[in-house]
Design a protein around this ligand. Structure first.
Ligand code: NIG
Ligand code: FE
Length: 420
């Protein structure tokens, strides 16, 4: 583990010193910074920082650390991507073309495409091949500035294939330089053999999948796609209560396709987060206000499917915390660049750059219970951060959409790509 000194930082931003695990409402527009700063990393952990005017050079033993000058650049905490599906077997560009020709995401799913299409392909791929592909995706995302991530199963949809996916995620955890949380998403869709026997599939999840997952400690959370054409709020309740008995906290895919009660189900089940939220009205906002559930928007999905964006502006103005994640998956969002997600949040959802950075760092960490470890520049947290290209203001991060301002990524204080 490395010692590292970064000096001459134009702006060290995203500092949190008050122990907050998440930011809400007006707080979200505040990104605490030190201009002309230094940052000291010891054994991979942020040890100290301050202004260059008072840098304590005598503290840093010569030849015991690497030194980098960040002249003209910002240093920002790495993104925390709290919602991805990066374990998958194959891309689905043929469905993308069908959508261009006028078919909707739901129509394609109805006809056996969508999630079921991904499941068919994943079922016939070996665990090793899935692992190799997913590792490549993970490494690419780290290079884009992601410093913590959640990964879901949900393309297996049989006992053995859900376990296979979760084992792949477990193997990724073992070799990944960034922390990973694993989410069991067996309730992603009703698989074809159960089309006329929904209860049978729910029973399979509760009576066979959950015990097997718990036995091998393969998941941290349980997610349900609670939406039109997928799982009902009542089914969601049943699944999440069962998961809780195995120690798995809840997450929900909800309100992507309509006002379907996903938000209320999330709050009822004390979910860590409810994700998508393209259909969120006053009732949903009110419900979230009285909860610990983090609302998570996935603007890359709205962009790619041409569906509404979640009303994050309204939600922040109502005093809620909000979070941004990529949703990287082969169907609705074949992209995991958090820099682009941040751009979309500013251009399409009217978030300020500071709000978008907080939403994709500290609030992402909250959504996967890693706020004490990552998500901000804080003494004692992992040194997962990036140095930007030289830039005049923070707003250039979202302004140059599709082109990241990330120049050098550090993971546990080590320049990413230099040792992995
Ligand atoms: O978050 N909405 C549900 N699940 C994924 C998409 C899955 C797929 O189309 O493969 C999502 O968008
Ligand atoms: Fe998703």
């Amino acid at each position: 583990m490395a010692n590292l000194l970064v000096t001459d930082i134009k702006s060290l931003s995203g500092i949190i010193e008050n122990g907050k695990e998440k930011l809400a409402g007006k707080e979200m527009a505040q990104l605490q910074s030190i201009e002309n700063a230094w940052l000291w990393v010891e054994n991979g952990i942020i040890n100290d920082y301050g202004s260059m005017d008072s840098i304590p050079m005598e503290r840093f033993e010569p030849n015991s650390y690497s030194h980098v000058s960040a002249l003209g650049s910002f240093v920002l905490p790495s993104y925390v991507d709290s919602h991805t599906h990066i374990v998958f077997a194959k891309t689905r560009e043929e469905e993308f073309v069908m959508r261009i020709q006028g078919k909707s995401y739901e129509e394609i799913a109805e006809a056996g495409g969508g999630i079921l299409n991904s499941a068919k392909r994943l079922q016939s791929m070996s665990e090793d091949d899935l692992f190799v592909q997913a590792k490549e995706r993970l490494w690419e995302l780290i290079g884009f500035g992601t410093g913590g991530i959640e990964i879901k199963s949900g393309y297996g949809l049989t006992l053995q294939d859900e376990l296979k996916m979760l084992r792949v995620i477990k193997r990724l955890k073992e070799i990944s330089p960034i922390p990973i949380k694993a989410t069991f998403l067996g309730a992603h869709a009703i698989p074809l053999p159960y089309k006329k026997n929904r209860d049978g599939y729910i029973k399979l999840i509760i009576e066979e999948m959950l015990p097997a997952i718990a036995q091998d400690n393969l998941a941290d959370y349980m997610d349900v796609f609670c939406d039109q054409g997928f799982f009902t709020p009542q089914e969601t309740d049943m699944l999440l209560v069962a998961a809780k008995n195995y120690g798995l906290k809840a997450k929900i895919h909800g309100n992507e396709l309509g006002f379907t009660g996903g938000v209320q189900a999330a709050v009822r089940n004390n979910a860590l987060s409810v994700d998508h939220l393209e259909y969120t009205g006053e009732d949903e906002i009110h419900c979230l206000l009285n909860s610990n559930t983090m609302p998570v928007a996935l603007p890359g999905c709205s962009f790619f499917l041409g569906i509404p964006y979640a009303p994050l502006r309204k939600m922040i103005d109502a005093g809620l915390p909000v979070c941004l994640a990529s949703d990287f998956n082969p169907g609705s969002t074949p992209n995991g660049r958090m820099g682009f997600v941040v751009s979309l949040a500013c251009t399409q959802m009217r978030l300020l750059p500071e709000e978008a950075i907080n939403a994709s760092t500290i609030n992402g960490a909250y959504a996967i219970e890693l706020s004490s470890e990552i998500g901000s520049i804080t003494r004692g947290k992992r040194a997962n951060f990036y140095i930007t290209k030289p830039m005049s203001s923070l707003a250039l991060v979202p302004y140059f959409f599709g082109v990241d301002q990330v120049a050098k990524v550090y993971v546990n204080g080590v320049l990413f790509g230099s040792d992995q």
